[in-house]
Design a protein around this ligand. Structure first.
Ligand SMILES: Nc1nc2c(c(=O)[nH]1)N[C@H]1C(S)=C(S)[C@@H](COP(=O)(O)O)O[C@H]1N2
Ligand SMILES: [Mo]
Length: 513
């Protein structure tokens, strides 16, 4: 039983309007974050502690599908699950759009959170959620026992919150939210490539993803309990304060109406975000990409990978199993590639042309005769999995030095022998391609790889030649490389978004997050 509880918070704290406004904004934004987060998880519904992501190494999964132990028979795309737009943002296997939403809303949510915490300390209101006495623990325990017995602590304990409530709010604001903000950037290959120590702080990239997931689960459960309790525990006190800023019981009806209207409006906005996105995926991609780009310009666009230079990974880190994505150019999909493979790549020629004075083509022998570069790096697929491998090849800049480009050549286009998985608008499949600006072309770890883990590139991983660019997501790294062309502008290629995944899966145009 609670007998007397020292009032650690003064009753005059009240519910100022900034508190109520930031609370409402937070409700809207955190819902968008959780819903887009669920869409992201649904594209690779497994959580790991190890960076390998090998079959059976996940600690939790949300799919019945079993991953075969053999590499290259099961693709990351086979693992995707479809969620209803009522559940996730936007729903129906649209991780590309979900990632845009997640990035933009993160920025807004962080700003709103900073405003809230700033005002909390600026106005002395921090005492409402920061416990100032260790008594908060035994008191919270008493409260918990009352709730467990389906009781409700008496009203005097709410000053303005009771101990359990205060403790929970403290954990949400000062533990869970910072954890989410801290682990989020570890999802970006640009951040991990540039600051490998940052991923290690959390036990690695996959551990950070798992912690991010656990933080989400905690917040989601908290929100459900929190919203329920607001209507159950002294609602005449709680709701009038939260909605109107004062505890006049005569205005309870008004407060209740406002609370319900508020929740209905926020849920409607969550769903509207899904249906607006699904109504025109390209429009959603373009609008959201433009909104998010300044943020990436200010941050990740400047990060280049130092995995090789800093020797971040050693041979022992190489993943025993490496996930794979895409589709093999086998069978009718690429008779040329099959013919070349049948002849052990003897006739393979990488074409380098486009806006150059004189196009050239290189055989694998030509490439192997050039200065070799090796790098052990972490591959990050935006779906969520990672894998570490040793790549051997030649620097792209060395290859490009063999041709003279024309003055109007500003981007490089890489085209595969393999086809896309799907096309925008459902048109017949076209070859997989990706375009790059000079910021990535001349990076230290941008190579054309013909070896993987000291062996010629296996079929699954892009034989006979593939691109590696280590500060970005896997979707730009064209496998089964056929040709490289200097072009004037990526906007005139394909659907104009910069590559197959951007065109057909509405991915972030800059693949660094
Ligand atoms: N030709 C081709 N290259 C591709 C793809 C593809 O579908 N086709 N998928 C990309 C994606 S999304 C990823 S994550 C990586 C996967 O590389 P891996 O199979 O070697 O792990 O390949 C990239 N390159
Ligand atoms: Mo990917």
């Amino acid at each position: 039983m609670i007998r007397s509880i020292a009032l650690s918070v003064s009753p005059e704290l009240g519910f100022p309007s900034w508190l109520r406004v930031t609370h409402l904004i937070n409700f809207l934004l955190i819902g968008l974050l959780i819903r887009s987060g669920w869409e992201i998880i649904s594209s690779h519904p497994r959580m790991y502690w190890r960076n390998d992501c090998g079959p059976g190494t996940e600690w939790i999964r949300f799919t019945r599908k079993k991953v075969p132990a053999e590499e290259g028979v099961y693709f990351a795309r086979d693992d995707e699950c479809s969620l209803s737009p009522l559940i996730s943002l936007p729903g129906r296997k649209n991780i590309g759009i979900a990632r845009h939403w997640h990035a933009i809303v993160t920025a807004l949510w962080t700003l709103n959170g900073l405003a809230y915490v700033g005002l909390l300390f600026g106005t002395g209101q921090w005492r409402r959620i920061v416990p100032t006495s260790w008594d908060v623990f035994p008191q919270a325990w008493e409260s918990l026992k009352i709730y467990a017995g389906l009781g409700i602590p008496s009203i005097e304990h709410f000053q303005p919150y009771d101990a359990l409530q205060q403790l929970m709010y403290f954990v949400v604001v000062f533990v869970a939210a910072p954890l989410m903000i801290a682990t989020g950037p570890v999802m970006s290959p640009a951040v991990v490539g540039r600051f490998p120590w940052y991923a290690r702080l959390f036990g690695g990239r996959q551990a950070a993803r798992s912690l991010h997931f656990l933080g989400m689960a905690f917040l989601a459960v908290f929100i459900v309990i929190h919203v329920t309790l607001v209507f159950v525990v002294h609602p005449r006190y709680n709701l009038t304060h939260m909605m109107l800023g004062e505890g006049d019981p005569a205005r309870f009806g008004q407060a209740l109406t406002m609370a319900i209207a508020g929740i209905v409006t926020v849920v409607a906005l969550w769903l509207a975000a899904s249906y607006w996105s699904l109504a025109d995926l390209r429009r959603a991609q373009v609008v959201l990409n433009n909104l998010g780009e300044p943020l990436r310009q200010a941050t990740v666009n400047h990060f280049s990978s130092r995995q090789r230079r800093k020797q971040v990974w050693a041979e022992k880190d190489i993943s025993p199993y490496h996930w794979s994505n895409g589709r093999h150019p086998v069978g009718d999909e690429s008779p040329e590639w099959n013919a070349l493979m049948a002849n052990a790549w003897k006739d393979y020629r990488l074409e380098i042309g486009g806006l150059v004075e004189k196009p050239i083509s290189l055989s694998l022998e030509d490439l192997r005769a050039m200065p070799r570069q090796e790098q052990i790096t972490l591959h990050t697929c935006m779906q969520g999995w990672t894998g570490i491998a040793k790549w051997g090849g030649v620097r792209l800049s060395d290859v490009l030095a063999l041709v003279e480009k024309k003055p109007n050549a500003r981007y490089l286009k890489f085209t595969s022998f393999g086809l896309a998985q799907k096309m925008h608008g459902g048109r017949p499949l076209e070859p997989y391609y990706s375009c790059f600006g000079v910021d990535l072309i001349y990076q230290d770890e941008t190579i054309l790889a013909f070896d993987m883990n000291d062996k010629p590139l296996p079929l699954t991983f892009g034989a006979p030649l593939r691109l590696r660019v280590e500060e970005i997501h896997g979707y730009k790294m064209v496998k089964y490389l056929r040709k490289i062309e200097w072009i004037e502008d990526y906007r005139t290629e394909g659907d104009g978004q910069g590559g197959t995944r951007e065109d057909s899966s509405y991915q972030v145009i800059n693949a660094r997050i």
